[in-house]
Design a protein around this ligand. Structure first.
Ligand code: KIV
Ligand code: ZN
Length: 544
């Protein structure tokens, strides 16, 4: 048994499947690039059979991130994986999407618990065994690297599970993933499930056992670690723990537990942990799913010490209350990196160090934004630069862009917003509205121009750094009126999908307008493309 745990990231598949976590193709590509910088071993890029857009997004990731000629020099090229149900059509679509990656993998699954087989599949055990044999073999005929998952393994009868896994090995599977699909098991049970598999399944010599756990009872990380402790050597995880219902096992928690408690596990991962905070923010901005402040590792308070007695201890020795160094996960918010007099070259070097390779034109845009900010704010930190880059370059395709905003508010008169938007055709639209407050007035004015008023499900605002001159960052989640959340990605349409938007600016009303417009742009792109019969979000270009 080796001491290396492969990190299989499924943020773009199981994570993106959660309600409201919809990302555009450009955003998925950017997350995949960031995952490569993080050093994950496998990227599950999507579920190609779900829609033409999913297939296209996986194909682009396979070609651009899973391909050494196009990836960043010096970085390990990850395996690019596509999910497929145990059906010829799904496997064909998955292979079509991943075939151009240097290391392609097909991940196929079928349920093995009594309840799933009886009610969902309407199949008996013999039929499931037959499907596993034929579909794993079919996948193997296309691709060498095959992962098989018995869905709802956590509630499957162990003896039957062993039989299924042996059939999958004989048919060519090289990774066996053991999902606790509904987050039902307890850590000792899940650990015992993995031990039982290792003890009873024949033919495991060259097979990797993988853990895949959900957080319905808050056990996902504990279960994953119990499985790893029992001998699993791949962990399926998502950034910030996003995923179906209560989410998946969080990447940062598993990786930092293995690192911080190395003396217990004696295991390694290939993760560059200093990239953790950055990717956490990226995923949160793109999905509009805000990370709770007390979230382990990546929450805003994860390294904050409030109680006097703690602060006193920290001043004497950090290790009194800190088991990890914030720098180890890339938290270094107050690090002064550039000042008002820094030039383009210094900015470029810092951006490259942070993992952002910008073209000369984009660098010029970033420099202008940086100068604007430096005029208002004395200290420019890495967090400020991240916000500028996300706001300027990683926006969805823009049907409307904010061209001007003037707000009047206070204790006298009605809060009024005058807004100017530039349409994709270059046309300028201007209107003014009153509202209950300045943000309400701004959003009403945007609604009037774009001729839709989606439901604002969530609005979050926070300051990126300390100080009165900090950049404000806003994330919103919107849904077309009358929509309904759904947990089945395949059944989603632009009417019930939830779209996230993000905006950053020194002026919080401007940041709020940008965030709302970003979410509306995603909704409009989806609407337009489904009207044109092209499916959702096919070709997404970066703004700028
Ligand atoms: O939770 C689950 O069962 C899954 C499988 C598709 C692996 O996500
Ligand atoms: Zn899952």
């Amino acid at each position: 048994m080796n001491n290396y745990v492969k990190i299989f990231d499924t943020t773009l598949r199981d994570g993106e499947q959660s309600p409201g976590a919809t990302m555009t193709s450009a955003e998925k590509l950017e997350v995949a690039r960031a995952l490569t910088r993080l050093g994950v071993d496998v990227i599950e890029a999507g579920f190609p059979a779900a829609s033409p857009d999913d297939l296209e997004a996986v194909r682009r990731i396979a070609e651009e991130v899973g391909n050494p000629s196009k990836s960043e020099p010096g970085l390990k090229v990850p395996v690019i994986c596509g999910l497929a149900r145990a059906s010829v059509n799904d496997i064909d679509k998955a292979y079509e999407a991943i075939q151009n990656a240097q290391y392609p993998r097909i991940h196929t699954f079928i349920a093995t618990s009594e309840i799933h087989m009886k009610y969902k599949l309407k199949m008996d055990r013999a039929q499931v065994l037959e499907k596993v044999a034929t579909m794993v073999a079919y996948a193997k005929s296309k691709c060498d690297d095959i992962e098989f998952s018995p869905e709802d393994a956590g509630r499957s009868e162990p003896e039957f599970l062993y039989e299924v896994l042996e059939v999958a090995i004989k048919a060519g599977a090289t990774t066996l993933n053991i999902p606790d699909t509904v987050g039902y098991t307890m850590p000792d049970e899940y650990g015992a499930l993995i031990s039982g598999i290792i003890k009873n399944v024949k033919g495991l010599e060259n097979i990797t056992i993988s853990v895949h756990t959900h957080d319905d009872l808050g056990m996902a990380t504990a279960n994953a670690l119990a499985g790893i402790h029992a001998g699993a050597r791949q962990a399926e995880v998502t950034v910030n723990g996003i995923g179906e219902r209560a989410g998946n096992t969080s990447l940062e928690e598993v990786v930092m537990a293995l690192k911080t408690r190395h003396s217990v596990y004696k295991l390694e991962t290939g993760i560059e942990t200093t990239q953790i905070n950055r990717i956490s923010r990226l995923v949160s901005n793109y999905t509009g799913m805000v990370v709770q402040p007390n979230k382990a590792i990546v929450g805003a308070n994860a390294f904050a010490h409030e109680a006097g007695i703690h602060q006193d201890g920290m001043l004497k020795n950090n290790e009194t209350y800190e088991i990890m160094k914030p720098e180890d996960v890339g938290v270094n918010k107050s690090r002064l990196i550039l000042g008002k007099h820094s030039g383009r070259h210094a900015l470029k070097i810092r951006l490259v160090e942070m993992g952002h390779m910008l073209s000369d034109t984009d660098l010029e845009k970033a420099f202008n934004r940086f100068k604007e900010l430096a005029d208002r704010k004395k200290v420019i930190t890495e967090a400020d630069l991240e916000a500028i880059v996300a706001d300027e370059f990683y926006r969805p395709r823009e049907i409307y862009r904010l061209d001007g905003l003037q707000v009047s508010c206070g204790t006298m008169g009605l809060p009024t917003a005058t807004i100017r938007l530039r349409g994709v055709d270059g046309k300028i639209h201007t209107t003014a509205c009153v509202g209950a407050g300045p943000i309400d007035a701004t959003y009403k004015a945007i609604d009037e121009i774009v001729k839709m008023s989606p439901e604002l499900l969530e609005f979050n605002i926070h300051a990126i750094t300390e100080g009165i001159d900090a950049l404000g960052e806003v994330t919103v989640r919107v849904q077309a009126k009358g929509g309904q959340n759904t947990i089945n990605a395949q059944m989603e349409t632009e009417h019930n999908r939830v779209y996230g938007g993000h905006g950053a600016d020194g002026d919080i009303i401007v940041a709020s307008a940008k965030a709302y417009l970003a979410a509306i742009n995603k909704l409009l792109v989806a609407k337009l493309e489904s009207q044109n019969g092209k499916g959702l979000e096919s070709e997404i270009t970066l703004a700028g």
